[in-house]
Design a protein around this ligand. Sequence first.
Ligand code: NAD
Length: 415
Amino acid sequence: MKEDNVWQMTLERLDKTMALLGLTPGVQKYLREPRKIIEVAVTVKMDSGDIDIFKGYRIQHNTNRGPAKGGIRYHPQVTADEIKALALLMTIKCAVVNIPFGGAKGGVIVDPKKLSLRELENLTRRYTFEIINDIGPEKDIPAPDVNTNSQVMAWIMDTYSIDKGYSVPGVVTGKPIELGGSLGREYATSLGCVYTILSTLKTMEIDTSELNVAVQGFGNAGYHCARILYDMGFKIVAVSDSGGAILNKTGLDPYLVLEHKNKTKSVVGYKNSEDISGDDLLTTDCDILIPAALENQITEINSPNIKTKIIAEAANAPTTPAGEEVLLENNIFIIPDILCNAGGVTVSYFEWVQGNLSYFWSEREVKLKLRDIMEKAYLEVYKIHKDKKVDMRTAASILGVKRVARAMELRGIYP
Ligand code: NAD
């Protein structure tokens, strides 16, 4: 297996879970296969007047438990294999937190930093148009992911609505509040991640005061994780983005780091901090390490040098199987992505429910409902981890895959 092929790595983990569950070969075959793979050429008229073409994907892995659900990312390294893997993880993740969705993911091979705002809008609208027959509130509901945000969701919603002839807010989640977005959605992934960290500290009987945290990635997931933990009294000792990393053992103020990043486009060079390499961030001495950037960041190469007690996977698939083996040998507790970052899709589910009913909840209500779901899922996973003596990722996967397989069994195979 090529270590950096996230699809092979995700399948390997799925196979392990399905074998533990004793699923029949037919069901195993079914769960390995994405239901629908859409590949499109996104044609965009650039500001120069030239035409450019970007390859885009929307992949729906499974819809047995409800409409497909998953983010859209814009990144130069997007591949079909990556999107397939992330779609499969979405299927399992939605089942782990027991919300009525299947799994999907979308992506466009593009470096959005090289596009003007107008080109970004053109790309988004054209991509939406190319997949328009396969998305919708009852079919497949996109959301933000790497390099996409509420503005991108607003353009998708508008394009879809124009095609239908009426407003369809339920086609995407992560929308601006003014267009039917849910309060709390912007930081839901991070708040959910923090709830799983707090549950871990409770089960490990670790006192939460004076704990040091390092965060890889200072985008939506990473910034809000750092901010929420900072507000709770944790010490944020290091953060990074694609430009590099910074360290201050006495603690960084994430609000001020964000101000600096907004001005300079990177966390690097922030006052009162030392510039370090991205690799150094991962091996920083800390109690909690939060990978919140991309896949394959923690590998067998750097994992022997990782000095933390807990890894909270805010990102999807940040740890390779070989890297994980080393971490587990070193007794590092991993809160796996399919549990740790499920707060985002959970509040997306709340947004979808609120939109469908046109009845909107207070921020307090959203947070309380999110906490209930995350704590319940955590305890269910933790129980499997203890009862079956498997690592937390395998435990979460057992919980999710079992629910998906059961839904498939109940629905049967058409015709
Ligand atoms: P984002 O685009 O807002 O932020 C990504 C951040 O990662 C940026 O700060 C970028 O500079 C940084 N980055 C990229 N490469 C890096 C590298 N090599 N080293 C250090 N930093 C690097 O994206 P996001 O929405 O925060 O997503 C981050 C991760 O969280 C992804 O894996 C995504 O799938 C996952 N996730 C996001 C959500 C959500 O609601 N946004 C939900 C679930 C999971």
